[in-house]
Design a protein. Structure first.
Length: 275
């Protein structure tokens, strides 16, 4: 998958396709293969460069899903998408077996919120698959990650952790040019931590790996604007964070609202080019 910005100067936009009953923003809306595929094709029409298919919620407090069930939710959607679209598809999973099934169905990226720490063979499977790989920082696990997370230097600690995980992936045989880093906004972090990570995204960018930034509709927005109590009320905040991440060097943003994000990023890029 290409790693540079679009020809219009904006970062890539990854559209979220949740095939789950309990995701924080759209859980239960696209649980059938047909509904998920139609949702994904709407995102493509809206300008998505990448589609990220997930079958297990990683929202705070989420309960685990069995491997067979997760494969059953995601692999048919990916296969059906590949029959209708030739763009890159990502599998959002922490399980190597789910990633393997997804790649067999046509996925070209593994988006792992545990940065290959969930299973002993995660790194070996990533090397075997040879697909693009997103390594994300998370303190704890989804069920407990928001239970009083603490850092002495959140940006430095996230940077050091992801640098170490990238080295571990490469030691296992993953090609450097396949690796992306994600600071994990909202994953074991307070609102203050998330704001600091965004403001200091350059410390991650400076590692030399492309950065994926994902803050769409997250609770961080409500922390700044208490009126945004529902996920659907957070479009303005989501756009602001995507634009800020782009300004600070992110190569891709993961979002629910693709059309609006693509438009905002195009305008930002156009203004930058005119300056």
């Amino acid at each position: 998958m290409r790693r540079e910005s679009q020809t219009d100067g904006r970062p890539l936009v990854m559209g979220i396709v949740n095939v789950t009953p309990d995701s924080f923003s759209d859980g239960g809306r696209f649980t059938s293969t047909g509904a998920a595929v139609e949702r994904a094709m709407r995102l493509v029409a809206d300008g998505a460069d990448v589609l990220d298919v997930g079958g297990e919620s990683t929202r705070p407090g989420a309960q685990p899903v069995g491997t067979a069930e997760e494969i059953g939710r995601t692999a048919p959607v990916i296969a059906a998408l590949c029959a209708r679209w030739d763009g890159p598809i990502s599998i959002d999973t922490m399980k190597p077996a789910v990633a393997r099934a997804a790649v067999a169905a046509g996925a070209t990226m593994w988006n792992d919120v545990t940065a290959l720490t969930h299973a002993p063979d995660s790194a070996a499977v990533a090397a075997e698959l040879g697909c693009d790989l997103v390594l994300m920082h998370m303190k704890g696990e989804p069920r407990t990650m928001q239970a009083d997370p603490r850092y002495d230097d959140v940006a430095g600690e996230v940077r050091d952790y992801l640098a170490a995980r990238a080295q571990a992936a490469m030691a296992a045989g993953v090609a450097r040019e396949r690796i992306w880093l994600d600071p994990g906004v909202g994953f074991g972090k307070t609102a203050a931590h998330n704001l600091t990570l965004t403001a200091r995204l350059d410390v991650l960018v400076d590692l030399g790996f492309p950065v994926l930034y994902a803050a769409s509709r997250k609770r961080l927005i409500q922390a700044v604007d208490p009126t945004a109590t529902e996920a659907c009320d957070r479009l303005g905040g989501s756009l602001a964070l995507a634009l800020e991440a782009a300004r600070r060097g992110a190569r891709m943003v993961r979002v629910h609202d693709v059309r609006e994000t693509v438009q905002a990023l195009k305008l930002q890029a156009a203004v930058t080019a005119a300056g």
